[in-house]
Design a protein around this ligand. Structure first.
Ligand code: G5P
Ligand code: MG
Length: 235
């Protein structure tokens, strides 16, 4: 239930990154955080790319076959797409609070983001690894449906839409992601292990890494909420 008047306010700006394997629940947890804390925005690199694909933009054309194969799009491309989004939302400053879901996911991307945020003294101040066992997430993907314009995500057993095949808010049709098939999902997991897991150390060395773990989003979410409340809601 969305109870706007009960949202918790932050006392300090939060610039967060969620890192997790495909299907770990980055989108799911982002939505829960936004429903609990006031004044936080969110941006998912995968959602931006899927919107570009559905709108057939030049970026969408470049990204479509790469996403379908489960590989990662080029660091420079995704970094510039995310930078433009941050600019257009006026989030490139020390005041705004936001969550990045899925970007950076390589060390090269982390360096590019730092080149943008560092000079503003607005680097990421919390990077959270959502740690979920692989056998658990494999089961989730088969049942996932998404609302591409908003990025809202459903699962036929865990959080089914109120009306079958329709987004709860807009009533628009839901889609299957073309990269949610087992062979492609395996490639996405490999990319995560090969290039994204090493990024954890990068952020650990910078003193901003936190880890939350569990076999379900219901187990992980309270850990996330506590971390955010303790880190950003007290002066
Ligand atoms: P994305 O879109 O960033 P992934 O692979 O990183 O894709 P994904 O698949 O979106 O991550 P998620 O957001 O971590 O997973 O998970 P989710 O959608 O919230 O949850 C997964 C499913 O499980 C949902 O159906 C949800 O309802 C359900 N669920 C959640 N919790 C539970 C639970 O506790 N129990 C159960 N039973 N179900 C649950 O990137 C896609 C592609 O875009 C490109 C790449 O090609 C990438 O493969 N891309 C980038 N390329 C380069 N650099 C970047 N930074 C890029 N970003 C995107
Ligand atoms: Mg996602």
């Amino acid at each position: 239930m969305k109870t706007a008047n009960r949202l918790i306010s932050l006392a300090k700006p939060a610039r967060m990154l969620l890192i997790g394997a495909p299907g770990a629940g980055k989108g799911t947890q982002t939505e829960r955080i936004l429903n609990k804390f006031a004044g936080i925005g969110a941006l998912s690199s995968g959602d931006i790319l899927r919107r570009n694909i559905s709108q057939k933009t030049q970026i969408g054309v470049q990204a479509e076959s790469i996403i379908k194969s489960g590989k990662l799009v080029d660091d420079e491309l995704i970094a510039s797409v995310v930078k433009s989004e941050l600019e257009s939302k006026s989030w490139l400053n020390q005041k705004n609070s936001w969550i990045l879901d899925g970007f950076p996911r390589t060390e090269g991307q982390a360096v590019l983001l730092h080149e943008t945020l560092g000079p503003l003294n607005a680097d990421l101040n919390m990077v959270i690894h959502l740690k979920v066992p692989e056998d658990i997430i494999l089961e989730r993907i088969e049942n996932r449906y998404v609302h591409i314009p908003s990025g809202r995500v459903y699962n036929l057993t865990f959080n089914p839409p109120k009306v079958s095949g329709r987004d709860d808010i807009t009533g628009e049709p839901l889609s299957k992601r073309p990269d949610d098939i087992p062979a492609v999902f395996k490639q996405r997991l490999d990319s995560f292990r090969d290039v994204t897991e090493p990024l954890l150390e990068f952020y650990d060395k910078r003193g901003v890494l936190k880890v939350v773990s569990g076999i379900s989003s219901d187990i992980i979410y309270p850990q996330l909420e506590k971390l955010i409340a303790e880190s950003f809601c007290q002066n």
